[in-house]
Design a binder for this molecule. Structure first.
Ligand code: FDP
Length: 322
């Protein structure tokens, strides 16, 4: 079976980017081990501190963030990082050539129930003129990313990775400690009969999203004339993994509860990396008003609405707002 290094070389990834990815993934392997220890490692449960979005942190969030921050800071390849668990940009090496944005543990409320969680990341070039702690360096659209991926901590530990030459899926072989290529060039089916949305927010959705979901629920008796199934992992990383694997549409749409917040999910370390992976697998990633990867960020913790998945289904959803 092909190893990660060999696939990255075949995809023409620069040597330094390969070294950076291997460093980042060494951190993810440590997170994978900690996660698998669960309560035995004494790491489950909440701390009293709150992160910048006001959510209660789980101890594993803090531990995972520290692991990635330390390993990237020490690497020398990275000029700065932005993390869901850090209020501000964290400066690293002044001569580092890359910027890394990450959500160290997405879907962290799933830790309590031993369910799917994962690390999501995106890598761009670091502008040469910037100081390491200058947040404006991160004000780049997703189209500037040179690599993006996630590591899913489930029954097996899996990696989805793109450097712009397709999206490849790897599985961690715990016998030798490396990621092996298990699905090269994964393709998302263009059509689907599966959707994913937190339906408890229905009353807050805009009318066109309400109409779209009503038509999915109406199934064979409605205008779509086919039955749809619903799946919700409650961790974006798990829902997007399912979509890469067998198609579907995942939505966290604009929510009228808080008009200032454009959505729930964060652009830099959730929406953009998932959009890159999904587009490279033949799917679509839209905010409802345009391509996610073309959104120019205004802030490192910016939120965006998200409609991601099978090409034809996302297109159908978008027609409802026309
Ligand atoms: P979580 O807050 O548990 O980290 O990152 C946000 C996220 O998880 C996504 O992974 C997930 O899709 C979504 O929030 C679920 O949020 P709700 O339960 O509020 O719908």
């Amino acid at each position: 079976m092909k190893r990660l290094n060999s696939q990255l070389q075949d995809d023409g990834a620069p040597a330094e980017l390969i070294l950076l990815l291997r460093t980042l993934l060494a951190g993810c392997k440590e997170i994978s081990f900690r996660v698998s220890q669960g309560a035995l490692a004494g790491v489950l449960g909440s701390t009293l501190s709150e992160n910048v979005q006001g959510e209660t942190q789980k101890k594993l969030d803090v531990i995972s963030n520290q692991i990635l921050k330390d390993i990237l800071q020490e690497s020398g390849y990275v000029k700065a990082i932005s993390s869901e668990e850090e209020d501000d940009v964290v400066g690293c090496h002044p001569n580092g050539n890359y910027l890394v944005s990450f959500d160290p543990l997405d879907g962290s409320s799933n830790t309590d129930i031993n369910s799917l969680i994962g690390t999501i990341f995106s890598i761009t070039h670091a502008p040469q003129w910037m100081e390491p702690d200058d947040p404006s360096a991160f004000i780049q659209p997703g189209t500037q990313a040179v690599a993006a991926g996630y590591v899913l901590y489930g029954p097996s530990t899996m990696l989805a990775l793109t450097t712009g030459k397709g999206t490849h899926i790897y599985t961690l072989d715990k016998t030798h400690g490396g990621f092996l290529l298990t699905t090269p060039n994964i393709r998302i089916p263009e059509q689907t009969s599966e959707y994913s949305i937190n339906a408890s927010n229905q009353r807050h959705w805009q009318p066109h999203i309400q109409n779209y979901i009503s038509d999915l629920i109406a199934g064979t008796q409605g205008p779509r004339k086919k039955d749809f199934n619903m799946r919700w992992v409650a961790a974006m990383v798990g829902d997007i993994h399912r979509i890469l694997t067998r198609g579907g549409i995942f939505m966290y749409p604009y929510d009228e509860r808080e008009p200032d917040k454009a959505g729930k999910l964060r652009l830099l370390y959730e929406a953009n990396p998932m959009a890159f992976l999904v587009e490279q697998a033949g799917g679509t990633a839209d905010t409802g008003t345009g391509r996610i990867m073309e959104v120019m960020p205004t802030d490192i913790h910016q939120r965006v609405p998200v409609l991601i998945g099978s090409k034809d289904e996302v297109a159908t959803c978008l027609e409802y707002s026309a």
